[in-house]
Design a protein around this ligand. Sequence first.
Ligand code: ADP
Ligand code: MG
Length: 356
Amino acid sequence: MHDTNENLEARRSAPTGAQATSNKNQTDVALGKGLDVGTANLAAAVTNEDGSVTVNVERNAFLDINSDVYSKNMLTKLKVPYVVHNNKLVVIGEAAFELANVFGKEVRRPMADGLISPNETDALPMMRLIISKILGEPRQQGESCYFCVPAPSIDVDNNVVYHEGLFQSLIAKMGYNARSINEAHAVIFSELAEQDFTGIGLSFGGGMVNACVAYKSIPCLSFSVARGGDWIDKNVAHVLGTKKSKATFLKERGVDIRDPKNREEEAIAIYYRNLISYVLQNIKARFEGGQNMPSFQDPVDIACAGGTSLVGGFIEVFRDEFSKIDFPIPVGRIFRAEDALISVAKGCLVAAAIGE
Ligand SMILES: Nc1ncnc2c1ncn2[C@@H]1O[C@H](COP(=O)(O)OP(=O)(O)O)[C@@H](O)[C@H]1O
Ligand SMILES: [Mg+2]
């Protein structure tokens, strides 16, 4: 008997109804999938037969519980899906968050700061479970799956090569032709198709911010900073003397960082501004210091995506910080992706469709 409770439905399935822009004139749009491997969320994008795109999102988290009759009964009664791993009952994704809240426990997270967590020995098998659930099996052996990887960070010494290799092999073992794409490059693929994939893509995630400058789809500069939503939460919690989860709650509750209403919101606004300015300063410095950079004659757009860009007033504060620096490239529109949480997954799908 298989000790798995079926009915593992995706938490947030967001049919966008929109065809990935670059697929318009292709007839073989159906094959190829996109996978966003994020610290906070995993998202898989697939083109349906009618040309619409479905993105399945699941929290990158799990909770393990002792395997005894009492716990099994409890999970069954609560209708919480679980699997058995190393003699423990494991609940994955959003369900893990809900259960953790009920029992006052902390979920375990397979990734930290944009990469597979070195402190979490169960990270890979747990991520394999979540990825299988949202990505499904290849519709054809060797169907391509483009998954995102961060660029090396400028502020910490992290091992992107190891991380990329692990997921390359995990996705390949599932029967896909696994190809990696830089996370911010994926934002350019999903948001800047009309600009001929020229411009700046920024992914403000939980663990990192990734930046990419591309000219006609070719990246000429990409880097990441190991600061993102988690970094804001950690610092806010530190200066206010509260728990990190409280800071996350306050931040996601609906703060407007242009107009903080109290001491907590003030702290959130300060770290947001600092993060945005830090990213902009680094694009400027790297662009000016880089060799063989293209000269952009026409203004380029800046597209922001990722959960951290969802806070109220984000784009306005971004524009404000932008106006304070002498940016090396002429810039046109600065905007947030319409669906900021699933933009990277959609970009990976576009990359898969056009074979990059
Ligand atoms: N409405 C919101 N306002 C501010 N931050 C948010 C909001 N919703 C989610 N976030 C933050 O977005 C981050 C997760 O974004 P995501 O792009 O999924 O990250 P990752 O790429 O690291 O998986 C978390 O830090 C979360 O707190
Ligand atoms: Mg991300």
